[in-house]
Design a protein around this ligand. Structure first.
Ligand SMILES: NC(=O)c1ccc[n+]([C@@H]2O[C@H](COP(=O)([O-])OP(=O)(O)OC[C@H]3O[C@@H](n4cnc5c(N)ncnc54)[C@H](O)[C@@H]3O)[C@@H](O)[C@H]2O)c1
Length: 327
């Protein structure tokens, strides 16, 4: 096969993706899809039609829709990325499977366990690819964390501590009308799924919730302000989650694992620290890029090749624990 023939085969087989939701994360993902050589953006959709048209124009995308049903009816689109607020994930994903599309969905998978069950069922019935955007799986520090745990760096796991500390909530980069509300927002819904799923990936199990106390402001519309929760791993290791917002102090998101031999900490998403014995912690590696890898894995799955994806079953399992924390 000549180089030109290979290129033309490559172009012909590039799957066309529809991007639904062009807000804080959706627009970042759109730029990543646009930059990825394995896929092509066939259409965009946002409830704000002007936004969809403007983005389609800027990135030379052939179709812009206001209603997701119109994008799903577009036969050129093979798969969709869902980047809308959590209360809309279920209806859009279920409709996408009914329209025979593969789905890459934002976390949390949905807004209730009833919805995640429906989504897993719809995905199975359709026989389409279903994947989550759990970015940490694709970053160098988390891959290194997992590799070190597998190699025995920690010894026996004794304790995991999760810190979710946000002086300001919502954060400056994610201002919208839902993220500060109890219905589908809050720092627990928004950030805990990443770290709970990381525990599942690294330690091959989700811990069992034993105790939680969630503090809410008086206004019943507003999201939680503080949380303390204790879980247990199968070997008895304690998992302690504590977090809060609207206090003094630096923003900090951390997952720290203490073993009999070593300690590892993923700090502020991107930095991996580690220590053996009682040595001081040192920075082992840094880096938060993930989206190109995720999109390439999604594209590989669409080509029928093996791919590292975290599917709706994983999203559902994380949702079960999330809802236990917040109910
Ligand atoms: N994976 C991550 O690291 C990460 C980071 C941030 C947010 N998220 C998740 O991504 C999702 C979106 O978050 P965001 O911060 O971008 O929200 P956002 O409010 O900034 O953006 C949502 C966009 O979806 C559009 N929209 C709303 N309903 C729609 C509908 N029915 N059809 C079409 N468009 C619709 C809105 O007009 C808006 O442009 C949430 O589930 C959030 O939890 C994930």
């Amino acid at each position: 096969m000549t180089c030109n023939q290979r290129e033309s085969v490559g172009i012909m087989t590039k799957p066309k993706v529809g991007i639904i939701g062009l807000g804080a994360i959706g627009f970042e993902m759109l730029k990543e899809f646009h930059a990825n050589p394995d896929v092509e953006i066939g259409a965009v959709c946002d409830a704000n039609g002007e936004r969809a048209r403007q983005v389609a124009h800027e990135f030379n995308i052939p179709a812009a829709y206001t209603a997701y049903a119109d994008l799903l009816a577009d036969p050129a689109i093979e798969s969709v990325y869902i980047g809308v607020p959590p209360v809309y994930h279920c209806e859009i994903a279920v409709a996408a499977f009914a329209a025979n599309k593969h789905v890459l969905c934002e976390k949390p998978l949905a807004n209730s366990v009833g919805e995640t069950v429906q989504m897993v069922e719809a995905a199975g019935k359709a026989g389409k690819i279903h994947a989550m955007n759990f970015p940490l799986n694709y970053t160098t520090p988390v891959r290194e964390f997992a590799r070190l745990v597998d190699e025995g760096y920690l010894g026996e796991l004794r304790r995991v501590e999760i810190t979710l500390q946000f002086p300001d909530w919502p954060r400056a980069w994610q201002q919208n009308d839902w993220i500060g509300k109890r219905e589908q927002g809050g720092f627990v819904r928004e950030t805990a799924p990443h770290l709970l799923q990381m525990i599942q990936r690294v330690f091959k199990e989700l811990p069992e919730l034993q105790y939680k106390h969630t503090e809410y402001p008086d206004d019943p519309e507003l999201c939680e302000r503080g949380i303390v929760a204790h879980f247990q791993m199968k070997n008895g290791a304690l998992v302690i989650l504590r977090g809060g917002s609207h206090t003094a102090g630096e923003q900090k998101v951390e997952l720290m694992a203490f073993g009999t031999k070593g300690v590892l900490a993923l700090t502020n998403w991107d930095d991996l620290y580690g220590a053996q014995g009682s040595e001081p912690m040192t920075l082992l590696t840094s880096g938060g890029e993930y989206a190109q890898e995720l999109i390439s894995q999604f594209a590989a799955a669409m080509r029928g090749e093996p791919a590292e994806l975290y599917d709706f079953t994983v999203g559902h399992q994380v949702q079960q624990l999330l809802e236990e924390l917040l109910d």
